[in-house]
Design a protein around this ligand. Sequence first.
Ligand SMILES: [Fe+2]
Length: 578
Amino acid sequence: MFIGISAYNHESAVSLVDKEGNLIDYCKEESLSRIKGDRSFPRRSIDRILKNNNIQAINIERIIFYEKPLSAYLIPLKIASMYIPQSNSFIIHQLRNFNKASISCFIDLAKYFPGNEQKLSYIDHHLAHTLTALTYSNIQKNICSIVVDGFGDRSTASISYIKDMHNIKEIWSSEYPHSLGLFYSAITDFLGFNINEGEYKVMGLSAYGNKDSRYAKIIGKLINWDDCSNKIKLDLEYFSFYKSIIDSYSKNLIYLLGEPRNPFKPLLPKDDDFQKYADIARGAQDITIKILIKIFEHAYKITNSNIFLFSGGVALNSASLDSLAKLDFVEEIIVPPSPGDSGAAIGTGMYGYLQSTNNKTNITTPSLYPSKYSASEQSDQIEKLLSNKFRLITMNKEESLLITSKLIQKGEIIGTIISNSETGPRALGNRSLICNGLNKESVERLNTVIKNRSPFRPTAPAMKLGIAKKYYCLEDALITSYYSMTATCMCKENSISRDFPVTHVDGSARIQIVKEGSILDQLLDLMSPKGIEILANSSINLSGDPTCFDLIDGIMVCSLSPLEYLLTDLGLYQKIIK
Ligand SMILES: [Fe+2]
């Protein structure tokens, strides 16, 4: 057995891989701690995974960490030292927090799982991303891997050639601080959204922006692709993340764009300054796509591969994939369901397996629901909570689905906490809020009243493959991504789908094609004859909280929001409203 850990930078997570290279469990620390984006050492997740699978820590062969800590610590320090005295506070902070960086993984393992620290080894960060993507690819030989994130332990973007899973060679990289991921995060910060969380909002906001506007053009000049060196070039004058611990952008950006948006003021389409911020977001989105195209073109030139794995935090930018798939040399793009750092724990665990064997057979594609959970493990607590606040409508599974489908037809919103959980960040039906995707009032209620999301963010539609083909321009290169909701696509010209409430203002939608036999597929089977072919699907959580993991989290969401119905493994429940 092998454990892969990602921690200390973004969302911490743990994977468990068996001796045959199967992902058998996965857990994000935020799911258990209920702290959004928890980046602490994932002791709860390790503990849970060991208990879930009846494994003693002693039986773990190797534990692998998802980056090389010394390199990840020293490179930012080295760059900051070039900007003394402006970077003094950054350097002092780094030195004082040496023991809080990822270098402390060894110490934390020794503290919480004594004796196991000796099993710890490290993997290059971009190799961890590559192996995660490779795990989800049907083709695992003679393909190209592209990783683009904020900062790995050496670089901010890389291209590798995968001859086979034991023979992966990095052949290009772009160096810190010239980072597409950190550029997008700095603009996210300028627009008043939280870094590592608000990037989705920037992506959603960009659809309202004008690509020819003054602000979009200004943003498009702050980062570019240098055709001479084939590297990403960030205009460092406008950014501060490499020399300041507090500021991601510099005063020069404020001189250029005016005051940053007040994060404490809601941003509404009717506001006077809405268009300005939308134009800035549009500029950031357009230049991101432009640079990604350059990276893909360069990758094709140096690898001659038509099949691309794409991972790293920037691969979460689902709106860029449609443009990449349209490049004439692209045959397929595989994006893992969780392409960011938390998902990298999966490739990290796989590395342990690959190091233990010369067996070159393929890795089996993991389930889209790898986090083990069964409601029976909390049965006593759940029984008390449910009996006090909920009415059991039915515990029969078929009847639960039938009644759920009728409630959805009536315009109701249903929360689901069913079986194992998704890798995240997309809910695919097991930890979802769902309603009729064609009912405007239901979709708006789900988005604003229950989730309290910004009104400019769209809600994703879920449907069967045949329906997706009917309404949307699907790219063959992205078919696997539509199943894990990692890519957007455009509505067909003159299609009624342009008026669906789940369609974004620019005619795009982040669609989910439902897997055959999944809970959403079964519900669509029941509702299609009644004309409901599309469900709106969003993760079940309250704004700012992590997605629900267990049934108690689901009960909490019901208790603290207007959500009334919960579809669970124990049956269909309705909240008692007093
Ligand atoms: Fe990363």
